[in-house]
Design a protein around this ligand. Structure first.
Ligand code: GLC
Ligand code: CA
Length: 573
């Protein structure tokens, strides 16, 4: 690290590193319904996001990823779209979107949208046309098949949706079955149809032209189904996991991660490459083992720019399991590829819940997320430790909850430990801004917010954590600032190593950045244990910073507190 460099200066921009901006960026994931309600109808909206850009900039995140706000009957809260270029009125207008983009860009930040290519709403005009008669020219925009056995009363094959039930749904009027990878009201588009591909590529162009800096691709691994329509093979796996989407006693050979989807990733990339000022990026929601995930980026680095690596969502809280994970990420996503670090999203159990509500552990994972190599993606509220909100299944707004209503209550907690949330309302609580009515999410006059405010919001909220230098929020801010001020932390290479007198409970790595004449080394030691640990570095460091304390520590410090992270900046010789 250059001696003139002050790692605590939030606004310090390191000299250009020759890396694409999306390699070094930090992402904050906003669920728009739950972030901030500006017009007092109890539902978060685009103007609400615009109002809170100051908060996000102070936090220090650089890219905002906003979940779907497109035209939708909201059966799956925006993931059942009727017009991919239209805006659902409760979020605002197209003008509001463009104004929000401008406001984000004016602050030097970027914006990523959520594009649902795989399916539409069953109320999409295309599907209404497609299901009207078999001869309709749009019939093949979706996947229709005749059923099996007596008079086609059985689904065409055994393919399941990713939620475990049959993916086929019978249509009385035209006496055929259509396929849906998710819920029945979300019919899959047929990517074998050139017109579908062309139209959806135009959706992508439309949003990039409007100013989106990146696109997240929903359920991307489901895009192509095998043309053989052969049965999927049997599997012993009851429940899918982030690194293996097989489950419900079926392998997903013909329905997920099809080679034709990899080819389509390259086609999409060519479209995105039409936009070069500034360059844009694609990040895929894909599930599979590491080689499969990596394959989406293309052999020639000509596919998706990034994929969400969701194994971190279920990794055990231990130095060993994160050491293994880093090793895996490094092996499969070496430069110029870039891993991602995701600890939560709008479908998964809340991060703090997995850590037993322990904010010290949350600070440690924040330190890992913001100092390991990869693009960090922070789910809104996780910077405060917003807890899981247990809500009754009856009356849930999440359609997945209705789908799994037969699952006994005791099983929910077990599944949650494996990263599976059957009522996703629980991780979508309104953002708590302060301790007042509706936690400041909505105007005090509103009778009800769209989801109930979490009762803990009177203590866990932005205002209270802003007042406390030792809060989780303060920790995120400090780490984001350190990262932004350091080329090594944002784009340097990572070397796992051992410390002298190292304990198995301490995870240690170095981030190293060499470019032109610059040479910067940052040491990171993470104590995953509830015990004090010895800490000895061979190289002297100029500044040693901790995730738990406010001030830089004297380099003489030799002890690590339980769950403490130490970040040591080596000066250039
Ligand atoms: C993705 C989204 C999820 C949505 C589903 C169907 O997994 O993250 O929220 O319900 O796809 O579009
Ligand atoms: Ca609103």
């Amino acid at each position: 690290m250059g001696s003139s460099h002050a790692p605590d200066d939030r606004h310090a921009e390191p000299a250009t590193s020759g890396q694409p901006w999306w390699h070094r960026t930090t992402v904050y994931h906003i669920y728009p319904r739950s972030f901030k309600d500006a017009n007092g109808d109890g539902i978060g909206d685009l103007r609400g996001i615009a109002e809170e850009l100051g908060y996000l900039q102070d936090l220090g995140v650089e890219t905002l990823f906003i979940s779907s706000f497109f035209q939708s009957p909201q059966q799956d809260l925006g993931y059942d779209i009727t017009d991919h270029l239209g805006i659902a009125p409760e979020y605002g207008s197209r003008e509001d979107v463009l104004r929000l983009f401008d406001a984000i860009h004016a602050r030097g930040m970027k914006v990523v949208l959520d594009i649902v290519l795989n399916h539409t709403s069953a109320q999409h005009p295309w599907f209404l046309a497609s299901r009207s008669v078999r001869q309709h020219p749009m019939r093949d925009f979706y996947i229709w098949r005749a059923g099996r056995r007596p008079r086609g009363a059985q689904p065409p094959n055994n393919w399941r949706s990713v939620l475990g039930s049959s993916g086929w749904h019978y249509d009385e009027a035209t006496e055929q079955w259509y396929f849906a990878s998710f819920l029945p009201f979300q019919p899959d588009l047929n990517y074998r149809h050139p017109e579908v591909r062309a139209q959806m590529l135009d959706v992508v162009r439309g949003w990039l032209t409007a100013g989106a800096d990146g696109l997240r691709l929903d359920l991307f691994h489901a895009l192509h189904k095998d043309l053989s329509f052969a049965d999927n093979p049997f599997s012993f796996r009851p429940v899918p996991s982030p690194d293996n989407p097989d489950g419900f006693f079926q392998r997903s050979r013909h329905t997920l991660n099809h080679p034709d989807t990899l080819a389509f990733a390259r086609e999409l990339r060519r479209v995105v490459d039409e936009f070069s000022d500034p360059p844009r990026f694609l990040v895929g929601e894909v599930f599979g083992d590491m080689p499969t995930l990596r394959s989406y980026c293309g052999e020639q680095h000509d596919g998706l720019h990034l994929v969400f690596l969701s194994k971190s969502l279920t990794a055990r809280f231990s130095a060993g399991s994160f050491r293994d994970l880093i090793r895996e990420f490094e092996a499969h996503f070496p430069k110029p590829l870039q891993p991602t670090w995701v600890f939560g999203n709008h479908d998964r159990p809340r991060l703090i819940e997995r850590l037993g509500g322990d904010s010290k552990k949350a600070k440690l994972l924040a330190a890992l997320q913001l100092t390991a190599r990869g693009v960090p993606v922070i789910y809104y509220g996780d910077e405060l430790g917003l807890p899981h909100h247990e809500l009754p299944l009856e009356g849930a707004l999440d359609p997945v909850a209705a789908h799994f209503r037969f699952v006994p209550h005791w099983l929910h907690a077990t599944l949650r430990k494996r990263g599976i949330l059957l009522n996703r309302d629980s991780c979508r609580s309104p953002m708590p801004w302060h301790a007042g009515r509706h936690a400041g999410f909505s105007s005090p006059d509103v009778a009800h917010t769209w989801l109930p405010i979490h009762p803990a919001s009177s203590q866990i909220n932005v205002a209270s954590q802003e007042r406390h230098p030792s809060s989780l929020l303060a920790c995120y801010r400090r780490l984001l600032a350190l990262r932004r001020g350091s080329n090594a932390l944002s784009v340097g290479r990572l070397e796992l190593g051992d410390l002298a007198r190292n304990s198995d409970d301490v995870l240690y790595y170095r981030r190293i950045y060499e470019h032109g004449g610059a040479h910067e080394v940052v040491h990171v030691a993470l104590n995953f244990s509830g015990r004090e640990q010895a800490f000895e570095l061979a190289t002297p460091v100029a500044e040693l910073r901790s995730n738990l304390h406010d001030k830089a520590l004297a380099s003489a410090v030799r002890r690590m507190q339980p769950f403490e992270a130490l970040i040591g900046f080596e000066r250039s010789p």
